[in-house]
Design a protein around this ligand. Structure first.
Ligand code: HPA
Ligand SMILES: [Zn+2]
Length: 340
């Protein structure tokens, strides 16, 4: 392992773009299918992995929603979440802001309470055991109607002590942020943080709508914002964070290859970029693997890697003293281990 890979491992990091259902590993999928007597269209881990061959976002989403069918009981959501958090512990991820897709479960007849209780119990256990802090972000599925999103926000109301924000995910093209203006207004009035996937496959105008109409605190992906000079200037000047997901971009053909990923241009334009794994089980790597992959493909420097780790805390929803504590820990590490 190279020195820069060791640095990536040792750096304290936050992960801000992670769909918990997208961390469902094939082995756990089989285990839960057996436990819950759910039929899967696969007979082996290898068969599952062969199915993970996507040429666009929708190919992945079809398989992602099918995979969720094994999640039935509170313990299943706990097992899913604790497995991800154990990975975080191994990878020195000190803070997570995870997405969950309640509508992917409630539409199958699973109670909202079952989902949030299992996820939250695992998050609390991991904070106790490993000191990993967390925020929880509930996403609306944008291929469904705004009325259904409003209904989901209603269902969430008894559990708002365990929900920090709302997001917007699923099929992007044809479902612009403007479709969800009202529900985001309601979420804002409830004091929730606001994020939205925008500019993954959708045009730069979707990023602009997320800013102007949804008034988001962070943009998820945002790659296609690079097509608009005015938007890049705006994102840079406002230091609006973008949660970039390199291996996801590769697997979903948002980029042709990692060595042509826009990340260096994004950094050069002064954007507040963070690195994230999105759906690690489906895209071939957790957070450190995303760092390793872009570092080697783009020949990123130690300084750029440290900047990205720092950005993960700066862009988080932690309070300022918490952010400062993590940033100081990074400075400390950099002063003691240098790869030169
Ligand atoms: O990368 C993604 N994009 C949109 N929706 C999603 N739901 C899970 N992952 C994704
Ligand atoms: Zn995502």
């Amino acid at each position: 392992m190279s020195n820069i890979q060791k640095l990536i491992e040792q750096l304290p990091k936050a992960e801000l773009h992670l769909h918990i259902e997208g961390s469902l590993e094939p082995e756990l999928m089989f285990k839960l299918a057996k436990r819950n007597q759910v039929d899967l269209p696969y007979t082996s881990v290898e068969e599952i992995q062969q199915a993970y061959n996507f040429s666009q976002l929708q190919d992945f989403l079809d398989i992602y929603y099918a995979g969720m069918s094994v999640l039935i009981n509170e313990q299943d959501f706990y097992d899913l979440t604790i497995a991800y958090l154990e990975k975080c512990h191994q990878q020195n991820i000190r803070h997570v802001e995870i997405f969950f897709d309640p509508q992917g479960h409630t539409e199958r007849g699973i109670a909202f309470e079952t989902v949030i209780t299992g996820i939250n119990r695992a998050l609390n256990d991991s904070q106790q055991k490993w000191g990993i802090t967390f925020k929880t972000i509930m996403c609306f599925l944008r291929h469904l109607s705004e009325a259904e999103a409003i209904d989901t926000l209603q269902q969430a109301k008894p559990f708002l002590d365990r929900i920090d924000g709302v997001g917007l995910d699923s099929s992007e093209v044809g479902h612009p942020p403007s479709k969800f203006e009202q529900v985001f207004n309601q979420a804002r009035e409830l004091g929730l943080k606001l994020v939205a996937h925008a500019g993954e496959e959708g045009p730069p105008s979707y990023v602009k709508e997320a800013l102007d109409l949804l008034k988001v605190d962070r943009i998820d992906h945002g790659n296609r914002a690079m097509e608009s000079e005015a938007l890049v200037k705006r994102l840079s000047e406002s230091q609006m964070a973008l949660t970039v997901c390199p291996l996801s971009n590769l697997k979903l053909c948002v980029v042709d290859a990692l060595n042509t990923h826009p990340l260096p241009a994004m950094l050069e334009k002064g954007l507040l970029i963070t690195i994230n794994s999105d759906d690690p089980s489906y895209f071939g790597g957790y957070l450190n693997e995303n760092f390793f992959a872009i570092q080697s493909a783009l020949n990123l420097t130690e300084q750029q890697i440290v900047q990205l780790a720092k950005n993960s805390f700066t862009a988080s929803f932690l309070d300022e003293p918490e952010k400062a504590k993590h940033l100081a820990a990074i400075d400390n590490l950099v002063n003691t281990v240098s790869t030169h």
